[in-house]
Every structure is written in structure tokens, then in C-alpha cells.
Ligand binder design. Structure first.
Ligand SMILES: [Zn+2]
Ligand SMILES: [Zn+2]
Length: 331
């Protein structure tokens, strides 16, 4: 079978490998669609993500869908929590001490024709969902978890800083959660346009902080109740803190390049902010499947490019240049 491994920075190679064999509690899956995520781009461009470094030629890919050996169309949660550590017991499987995650560290991901995965993390999908739709359930799960952390109430005003795929899904989840004003920013006009068409009530081009005035006037000077930062760029983090109202919340979902996040302490302190960091997601696949199959969240219009597995390098280059929105590799 074909697989694609990352050997070093920018070095993706196609291999011919042995088929994997399903162990106890596992299923064999024929992979069909794999999304390229911002975190994959950290591996690709930097050979690391935060303090995790490339340990072996790694198969990337954690947003994926396929067919099990017995013919069931499925989406796959890339996380396998242990289910019995202290944090799993407390209802935080995303913080599991023994977490296995596809395409991260020692665990190969889905950029290959066949893989095995634990059956507890495999979710059947309805026929109305394409494999590309189903690969989008992973970033949607992250957006669901992110918006859950914001504890939105109807009529709230929120800011979404960064309109990549996660930001665009946060916009939709915020709208579904009753936010009546959704202010989106991005540096790239095409992403901002997508934000507007997916539910942002205001879309401002991020241009060195000038957008703060526009955000202030759109909120009668008060700022947003909840800031969702979905970029990782220092400018977006700054704007998330600058735009939030006194007593508000800042939810950080982006992954910074330099493994450091900073904000102006006096501003955050005087506003008495609550700051939360997003770590992946909880058991969100059932909700994600329901939202997409009922047409409440549009994942399809976020997929703008598709490449075959052989052209994975090209797919990563396009994603690296931030062309389009979500890049899917069809296996
Ligand atoms: Zn991801
Ligand atoms: Zn655990």
C-alpha cells in the first residue's frame, strides 16, 4: 500500500509499505479523505510542533474518513484516550495522560491507503456526508469544543480572530449558540469573505491593529463578550485581548510558531479577563455528525482544493501559502 511520510522539514516521501494488521479492539480502515491542518503545517515547515519534535519518518494526517473492512463509511476521531487515567475519569479525555493521537509523536496518521484504529474512536456516518465532509468533522469538533469553552448565551457579541477553517467553523458554532454579533478579522481578504458568507455580521481586515477602532465602533465602544483567537499569530492574540470587554473571556485556539503566547498584562488584569486554552476536543464527533447531517453547519464550502495522495507535497505547499481554505488529500 502507498503511504506518505515526513522525513524532515518540507521532505514528504511516498512509500510502498506492508498493509497494517488490526490488533485487539481495532478495525482496518481504507482511508479516503484527509484534511491538511495548520498543525500538520507546523510539522511540515518546522519539523516540530511546540516542544514535540519529529522522532521518526512520520505519517501525518489526523482529519480523516474512510471505509472499514466490513464496508461501513466512517469518520475517525484521531484521539484515543485511555479512559481510566485521572483526567479521563474527570471527564477530560482531551487531557488524557496516555493519549494516542494520529499523526503526532510516535503514532502514524492517515496519509496512507490503509490504517488500523481503535473501534471506540470510529464513528459511522450517514450517506448524506461525503468523505471530504467527514474529514471536516475533526476541525469541526475542535470548533465545537472551543465554543463550548466560551459558554455563549443568546444575544452575545463575539470576536473571531482568524478565518482559517477553524475560525470559519467557530463563526458557525457561535451563530448556532445564539451570538447576535459576530466580528471576524483576518489578514487575507478571501478568508474574510468566507467569514462573512458563513455568518460573521462584521468582517474587518486585520491590518496592524487599525481594525480595533472598527471593532470598538461596531460594539458601541464596549468590546466583545468573548474573543475566540484562531490564528496563532501574535497580532491576532493582541487583537483578541484588545477587543474583549471588561469581565470578558479570551479563548485561545491558535498554535503559535515560536511556542510562546504573550499579551499585555495590565490590559488583561484591569479587564479581569478569563483566559482559556483549547486542547483538541472532547467526545464531540456525535454532535459534529448531527450538525453537518442536519445542514446546521456548512463544512462543504470550506473545502477549496483537492489533491491525490501522490501530490501530497503540492497540497502542503498550497496550504503553506494559505491559498484557499481547507486542502483535502484524496487517498
Ligand atoms: Zn487539526
Ligand atoms: Zn486517560
Amino acid at each position: 500500500m502507498k503511504s506518505v511520510r515526513l522525513h524532515g522539514t518540507g521532505d514528504l516521501q511516498v512509500h510502498d509499505e506492508e498493509m497494517p494488521v488490526a490488533g485487539d479492539g481495532e478495525k482496518l480502515i481504507r482511508v479516503k479523505s484527509v484534511g491538511v491542518c495548520g498543525s500538520d503545517l507546523h510539522w511540515f515547515s518546522e519539523g516540530s510542533i511546540g516542544d514535540a519534535k519529529l522522532e521518526h519518518p512520520l505519517v501525518l494526517g489526523h482529519e480523516f474518513a474512510g471505509v472499514t473492512e466490513d464496508g461501513q463509511r466512517v469518520a475517525i476521531d484521531p484521539a484515543i484516550p485511555c479512559g481510566h487515567c485521572e483526567f479521563c475519569e474527570q471527564g477530560h479525555p482531551n487531557l488524557c495522560s496516555n493519549l494516542i493521537f494520529a499523526g503526532h509523536g510516535k503514532t502514524d496518521g492517515s496519509l496512507r491507503e490503509w490504517m488500523t484504529w481503535h473501534e471506540k474512536s470510529i464513528f459511522p456516518i450517514p450517506d448524506s456526508l461525503s468523505f471530504d465532509d467527514a474529514a471536516m468533522l475533526e476541525p469541526l469538533g475542535v470548533a465545537i469544543h472551543t465554543v463550548d469553552l466560551g459558554k455563549l448565551r443568546p444575544g452575545m457579541t463575539v470576536g473571531v480572530f482568524g478565518c482559517g477553517p477553524i475560525g470559519l467553523l467557530i463563526i458557525q458554532m457561535a451563530k448556532l449558540s445564539g451570538a447576535s454579533n459576530i466580528i471576524a478579522t483576518d489578514k487575507l481578504p478571501h478568508r474574510l469573505e468566507a467569514g462573512r458568507s458563513l455568518g460573521a455580521t462584521h468582517a474587518f481586515l486585520a491590518q496592524g491593529g487599525q481594525e480595533l477602532e472598527e471593532i470598538r465602533s461596531a460594539t458601541s465602544g464596549r468590546g466583545v463578550h468573548v474573543s475566540f483567537e484562531a490564528s496563532g499569530a501574535p497580532d491576532a492574540v493582541d487583537m483578541a485581548f484588545a477587543s474583549v470587554s471588561v469581565g470578558g473571556k479570551v479563548i485561545l485556539a491558535g498554535i503559535p510558531d515560536e511556542d510562546k503566547t504573550s499579551f499585555t498584562a495590565s490590559v488583561a488584569r484591569r479587564k479581569g479577563l478569563t483566559i482559556k486554552l483549547v486542547r483538541r476536543m472532547k467526545h464531540t464527533y456525535p454532535r459534529a455528525i448531527d450538525l453537518v447531517s442536519k445542514g446546521l453547519v456548512d463544512v462543504r464550502s470550506i473545502v477549496t482544493h483537492r489533491f491525490p495522495l501522490d501530490r501530497a507535497v503540492e497540497a502542503f505547499r498550497v496550504a503553506e501559502r494559505r491559498e484557499g481554505l481547507k486542502i483535502i488529500i484524496e487517498v
